[in-house]
Design a protein around this ligand. Structure first.
Ligand code: C5P
Length: 211
């Protein structure tokens, strides 16, 4: 298969040196890219700003903002059989980005934000027979939000986790996730290295791809 994976945070700049972002490190998405390449798939990895080495055999495209990531996904998607959106895309961006550093004395302490497009919702009309996988990182039991996002974003699978659970979430090498797919019971996985969670997700995609 040709598998497109997104990973990491996005940065939403208000000037060349200041930005809004989040705590994503990209580890889960890079693990998925590594697992997929290891199983013989052709993998394109669209990465936000992260400090991780590119897994062997993976084609990497670096992006900064949510708008950059959307453009990169739209360019790569036509040649892909599956999309795994593990990136923690920033929901908002500053209304304006100054071309030069804003001076403290000239800055307005109220930052005006505008919503970023939802990448999955934007590319949903191009889904066709492709497998679409999303992530839901929540604080607390993710079940309700996972079910809602599964439907709202037309996904085949959502990988949900409570980022406050021990061994789960950002920057760790392990994760505790539950898989939600339409019409099936939730599949909770035990605490596992992110690479093993990634293997389960890649095998799920292989089993659910109808070509
Ligand atoms: O942010 P949220 O919890 O809604 O993210 C759920 C899923 O939607 C994730 O797979 C994420 O990559 C994706 N997403 C997206 N575009 C956004 C925000 C999130 O595709 N602007």
């Amino acid at each position: 298969m040709n598998i497109l994976v997104t990973a990491g945070p996005t940065r939403e700049h208000l000037d060349p040196i200041r930005f809004l972002s989040n705590r994503s490190t990209g580890k889960m998405g890079f693990a998925i890219a590594q697992a997929a390449a290891g199983r013989g798939h052709r993998v394109t990895l669209i990465a936000g700003p992260v400090a991780l080495a590119t897994p062997k055999g993976v084609t990497r495209i670096d992006v900064t903002s949510a708008l950059d990531m959307l453009a990169a996904v739209e360019r790569a998607l036509p040649g892909c059989d599956a999309l795994v959106m593990s990136a923690a895309v920033a929901d908002w961006r500053p209304e304006q980005c100054a071309g030069t550093k804003l001076k403290k004395r000239g800055m307005n302490p109220a930052l005006r934000l505008v919503p970023n497009p939802d990448i999955l919702a934007t590319v949903a009309p191009q889904k066709g027979g492709r497998v679409f996988v999303g992530f839901a990182a929540e604080t607390g039991d993710p079940a309700t939000e996972a079910r809602r996002k599964l439907t709202a974003k037309s996904l085949d699978l959502i990988v949900a986790n409570d980022v406050t659970a021990s061994g789960a979430g950002f920057a760790t090498d392990t994760n505790v996730v539950t898989l939600f797919a339409p019409g099936t019971a939730p599949q909770p996985l035990p605490l596992m290295p992110k690479l093993e969670v990634a293997q389960v997700i890649v095998q799920w995609i292989e089993a659910h791809w109808v070509f």
